[in-house]
Design a protein around this ligand. Structure first.
Ligand code: GLV
Length: 315
């Protein structure tokens, strides 16, 4: 069986894959054309973010040779799962194993934005720090404030747990259905309600057509002037220009972003802002988590190859 792994993954997982399959290892994200060719050339693919398995890629591939896309990552909005299903291609993902690491990055951003850590670090590195000052680089207190979670799935709940247990925060959330996160969290009726009430807004919804530009100029305008906005889901969920406008005007106090609309492009205007902490999509980037994700993606492919239904099937 020919398996394409589109990017280098943890060596132990790669070794297992090589022991079972005829593996080709890619280096860079697949364009739509490359994704389409891959669908005709391999029995199985282990793709990840940035690989363009669009409807057009499936269309161009006709009847694909590939039977399974064992995605590396919980988010799979780079794969058109309906087109995959129509072409008879099973798609799997890697939930759960990255929940804590991703929630931790959410908290890295909350704290860094609230306490102006990026700004402070730049100052020290530039040799421009003038010493301790009672009124210098004052940030926002986090403990006891209102945490607003947009999308109360696994990652949203893990962010909420940290806020409740670690920082004594009041947790509110906006989600289609009611969720029991095992802590006192209040569901609000509208996104606007959440934006108005929260001191810290953290976005953890899945990417995709239903959530594209969910956070628009109106939503951002509803935030408190001292509010801090954090996105650890997908860049497309936020109107990036509207966010930049709000940050430039000082309409909100700050932001922390791990994801961007057109990764790896990060707009110059965003990079110029002092009140925004910018990370390069590090949500799941720990050694342990990335190995577990690779293992889960490979295990799904192995199950499928052995005629069993893969556990993390999404279509
Ligand atoms: C990372 O963003 C993932 O979806 O796993």
């Amino acid at each position: 069986m020919k398996l394409l792994i589109t990017r280098p993954i943890a060596q132990p997982v790669l070794d297992q894959a090589r022991a079972r399959f005829d593996v080709t290892l890619g280096e860079a994200p697949l364009s739509e054309e490359e994704a389409s060719s891959a669908l005709t050339a391999y029995d199985a693919i282990l793709p990840t973010l940035g690989d363009a398995f669009t409807a057009a890629a499936f269309d161009r591939a006709g009847t694909p040779r590939t039977r399974i896309l064992g995605n590396f990552g919980v988010g799979y909005n780079h794969i058109d799962v309906a087109a995959a299903a129509a072409a008879g291609v099973v798609v799997t993902n890697t939930p759960d194993v990255l929940t804590d690491a991703t929630a931790d990055i959410g908290w890295t951003l909350i704290l860094a934005a609230a306490r102006r850590a990026g700004e402070g670090e730049r100052l020290v590195r530039a040799g421009q720090w003038g010493g301790f000052g009672p009124q210098s680089l004052l940030g926002t207190h986090v403990t006891g404030k209102v945490l607003g979670v947009v999308g109360m799935g696994r990652i949203g709940q893990a962010v909420a747990r940290r806020g409740h247990h670690g920082f004594g925060m009041d947790v509110i959330y906006f989600n289609r259905s009611e969720k029991d996160a095992g802590l006192p969290a209040r569901q609000v009726d509208t996104l606007r309600d959440l934006m108005v009430q929260a001191d810290f807004v953290v976005v953890t919804v899945p990417g995709g057509a239903r959530t594209t530009k969910l956070i628009d100029a109106d939503a951002l305008a509803a935030m408190k002037p001292g509010g801090i906005f954090v996105n650890i889901s997908r860049g497309e969920v936020v109107d990036e220009v509207a966010l930049i406008d709000a940050l430039e005007r000082g309409a909100i106090a700050g932001a922390g972003l791990d994801v961007y609309e057109a990764e790896p492009h990060v707009p110059e205007r965003l990079r110029a802002l002092e009140n925004c902490v910018l990370l390069p999509h590090l949500g799941s980037a720990t050694v342990e988590t990335r190995q577990a994700m690779g293992q889960m993606a490979l295990d799904n492919i192995i199950s499928f190859a052995e005629g069993r239904d893969p556990r993390q099937r999404v279509n």
